[in-house]
Design a protein around this ligand. Structure first.
Ligand code: URA
Length: 210
């Protein structure tokens, strides 16, 4: 993956995203759509995974058939909204190892502070896909990627549903080696840090909180 930003403009992704943006779409439908889109984004983000072959026996004959090479990938959810994106990817890649990064924003310094961090071992040998639906300011995403690198990860990709130009710029500055795959590059952030036109608070909409 050479581009820093890939917008998956597939018609199915765009159609489902429009349904998610609609304020009248209720939580169960929102979650289902997120799961479906996450699988289509996963298809794109994993397209360059390396293959090897193994010898199998079909009902007709023996063949050397392609299988994924190397250690199982690590899927890292940036809490809490990352979990909504992760579920669908795990359905597609059930053997993936799973990690979690929890960050909150210190109201005085406005800097992200870590409250939870647990990732699989051998991070340096794995493709690591970090997931967070909303790339807004990019501060917490960039901090999460810092932590993954400190844990040894060298081959990281970032999957989100929506990205703001400000977040993309922040990630490009902090982590130019981490390609981003998203369903849309939206227009801007508003004064409260929400993505516009966006879809509102992704965590609240997927978990039914307010
Ligand atoms: N997080 C959200 O859930 N929504 C936004 O618009 C920005 C950040």
């Amino acid at each position: 993956m050479t581009d820093h930003l890939t917008v998956v403009d597939h018609p199915l992704v765009q159609h489902k995203l429009t349904q998610m943006r609609d304020k009248d779409t209720a939580t169960p439908e929102f979650r289902r759509l997120l799961r479906e889109i996450s699988q289509l984004l996963a298809y794109e983000i994993t397209r360059e995974m390396e293959l090897t072959t193994k010898t199998i026996q079909t009902p007709m004959q023996e063949m050397d058939a392609p299988v994924l090479k190397g250690k199982k990938l690590a899927l890292v959810s940036i809490l809490r909204a990352g979990n909504g994106l992760m579920d669908g990817v795990l359905e597609l890649i059930p053997g993936a190892r799973v990690g979690f990064v929890g960050l909150y924003r210190d109201e005085e310094t406005l800097e992200p502070v870590q409250y939870y961090f647990k990732v699989p071992e051998n991070m340096g040998d794995r493709l690591v896909i970090a997931v967070d639906p909303m790339l807004a300011t990019g501060n917490s995403s960039a901090a999460a990627i810092d932590l993954l690198k400190e844990a040894g990860a060298t081959n990281i990709r970032f999957m989100c549903l929506l990205a703001a130009p400000e977040g993309v710029a922040k990630m490009k500055e902090a982590h130019p080696d981490v390609p981003i795959v998203t369903a849309s590059l939206d227009e801007r952030l508003n004064e409260k840090g929400y993505i516009m036109p966006g879809l509102g608070d992704a965590g609240d909409r997927m978990f039914g909180t307010k």
